[in-house]
Design a protein around this ligand. Structure first.
Ligand code: URA
Length: 206
């Protein structure tokens, strides 16, 4: 709603945005979550990866993608030379989630929970101003791109992500969620193709 947009757009830095989220009472997920999970990685990173919502491990540690899916994500990123712990902008990845609080029992976030937090997500992207956005999983990809197709149709394709506060649109690619890949190892072939497409773009191809 209105108060989220006002609070988010007033933030002039990532620290201010995190404080504004911590003070935001417009999302019920906050009541049941242990920690606010904001983001992790170099704030100079050119790549920003956006997952869905914190799970149990993330909620406990206050950091995104630190459970089994996160370990697979790190291996996938590592395979193309990327590292969330790197400061070098050539390797760095900044990781966050569309929702900063864990949905109870790891259920999927509802459309209204996603909408409640979206102004903060948009501002998060504006303040990072990355060159590349990666959306992990269908829930994130559909909501961020405002599309109705499922992830199997969206993955591996490049879209333009724009918002009023961005000077230029950002190249954005959905990929299969690592938690999905843990349950469906055969789909790793598709995920590998998408990582290679990302690598080609990073290396200056098209
Ligand atoms: N799944 C997500 O989408 N995000 C996390 O941080 C962990 C698991």
């Amino acid at each position: 709603g209105q108060s989220a947009r006002v609070a988010a757009s007033a933030a002039q830095s990532l620290d201010e945005l995190k404080e504004a989220l911590a003070a935001f009472e417009g999302c019920a997920l906050k009541k049941t979550a242990t920690n606010l999970v904001f983001g992790m990685g170099s704030r100079q990173a050119r790549i920003m990866l956006i997952g869905e919502a914190p799970g149990e491990n993330e909620d406990r540690q206050g950091l995104p993608f630190v459970g089994p899916a996160g370990q697979l994500l790190d291996r996938m990123l590592g395979a193309i030379g990327l590292d969330r712990h790197a400061d070098d902008p050539a390797k760095a990845v900044y990781i966050t989630n569309m929702l900063p609080w864990r949905p109870p029992g790891n259920r999927s976030p509802t459309d209204s929970e996603i909408a409640a937090c979206m102004p903060f997500m948009v501002r998060h992207i504006e303040l990072m101003a990355p060159d590349i956005l990666i959306f992990a999983g269908g829930i994130s990809a559909k909501a961020m791109l405002n599309r109705t197709e499922g992830i199997t149709r969206l993955r591996g394709r490049w879209f333009d992500y724009g918002s009023a506060g961005l000077k230029k649109s950002v190249a954005a690619m959905p990929m299969l969620h690592p938690a999905y890949l843990l349950r469906n190892p055969d789909a790793k072939r598709e995920a590998w193709k998408d990582l290679l497409a990302l690598k080609v773009r990073l290396d200056g191809g098209t």
